[in-house]
Design a protein around this ligand. Structure first.
Ligand SMILES: Cc1cc2nc3c(=O)[nH]c(=O)nc-3n(C[C@H](O)[C@H](O)[C@H](O)COP(=O)(O)O)c2cc1C
Length: 158
């Protein structure tokens, strides 16, 4: 395979950029993620991929729940607050306000909308773990256009 072609082609996939919330024991954590997609209408399923060895990946595996916060275009700074490992920077929420609903996963007050899931399948292939979640609750804080990965100038893929 042509590695450069593989990278370019895979980076041609269009992504949003989300804050995925997790529960780690009694604490909450969250990470910036673009490996997020819907995979079924009925039941409503989404798949996310979490890097193996991160607190978030372990947290989702252990708790069996996660939330996805849909950010608004321009909210790059919110996503940036969640890219660093919690093991290095400690609690990432600082002054970012959140609440919890059904699963205990964090919901950012300033997100456009959110949904939360219970994990119904785990695929352990590759360097990320794929969690298939059934959407069991959702909410909308306000209308707006979602943040895209493209507008941030960042890449996570290829
Ligand atoms: C643009 C961008 C997108 C990312 N997307 C993902 C992703 O989809 N899945 C993932 O596991 N990590 C992704 N990351 C990396 C995580 O945000 C990073 O590993 C984070 O530190 C994990 O947090 P934790 O250590 O507190 O669990 C992405 C990073 C960037 C910069």
């Amino acid at each position: 395979m042509d590695d450069q072609a593989k990278k370019t082609a895979l980076r041609g996939i269009s992504y949003g950029l989300y804050v995925v919330g997790t529960k780690v024991g009694d604490e909450v954590n969250a990470f910036g993620a673009n490996f997020v997609t819907q995979t079924s209408f009925a039941p409503p399923l989404v798949a996310i991929a979490a890097k193996k060895g991160t607190a978030s990946c372990d947290g989702i595996r252990d708790s069996g729940v996660f939330s996805v916060n849909v950010l608004e275009t321009g909210q790059k700074d919110v996503a940036f607050a969640f890219f660093k490992p919690v093991s290095r920077v400690g609690n990432k929420f600082n002054d970012i306000e959140f609440y919890t609903a059904t699963t205990g996963s964090p919901i950012l007050k300033d997100a456009l909308s959110w949904f939360e899931c219970t994990v119904v399948d785990v695929v352990d292939r590759g360097d990320h773990t794929i969690f298939v979640g059934e959407v069991i609750n959702a909410g909308v804080h306000r209308q707006g256009d979602p943040l895209t990965l493209k507008e941030t100038g960042l890449f996570y893929g290829g």
